[in-house]
Design a protein around this ligand. Structure first.
Ligand SMILES: [Zn+2]
Length: 139
């Protein structure tokens, strides 16, 4: 992450030495993993969730390209450009929905290997850059 940048949400990801990783939660009772973190397990409903780092790399499970401006409030990059949105399978644990750095559908395919990256999202009024997470095609 750039030195003065801040994450779009402090609970979504961390910047480690190996690179960014998403913050999930794993159920101590049944092992169900969620992203974002949840207080109680969506599967067995127990309140025994522990924060965990999700794998940085995964495969594209499904995707689309957002070709028009989302409904307000839209706070993303200006001017608006179409962006890819993917469901990414991270290990056996979990499928997360995320922006993709690639927005050309002809370059995206189901099963493609992807990795987590941070990218500029917007800027605070005081000029502080705000970064968000996205998945980039590997290789
Ligand atoms: Zn559970």
């Amino acid at each position: 992450m750039m030195p003065d940048a801040r994450p779009v949400d402090p609970g979504l990801f961390v910047q480690g030495e190996e690179g960014p990783a998403l913050l999930g939660a794993r159920c101590g009772a049944c092992g169900t993993t969620t992203f974002p973190k949840q207080e109680s397990c969506p599967d067995c409903t127990r309140v025994d969730m522990e924060e965990c780092l999700l794998p940085r790399e995964g495969t594209l499970w499904s995707f689309t390209v957002q070709g028009f401006r989302p409904k307000p409030p839209y706070s993303g990059p200006e001017p608006f450009e179409p962006f890819g949105v993917g469901y990414v399978q991270l290990g056996d644990a979990v499928i997360v929905e995320a922006r993709l750095t690639e927005n050309d559908p002809s370059r995206l395919r189901i099963g493609a290997p992807v990795e987590l990256v941070l990218e500029p999202f917007t800027q605070d009024p005081d000029g502080t850059p705000v970064v968000t997470f996205a998945f980039a095609l590997r290789g």
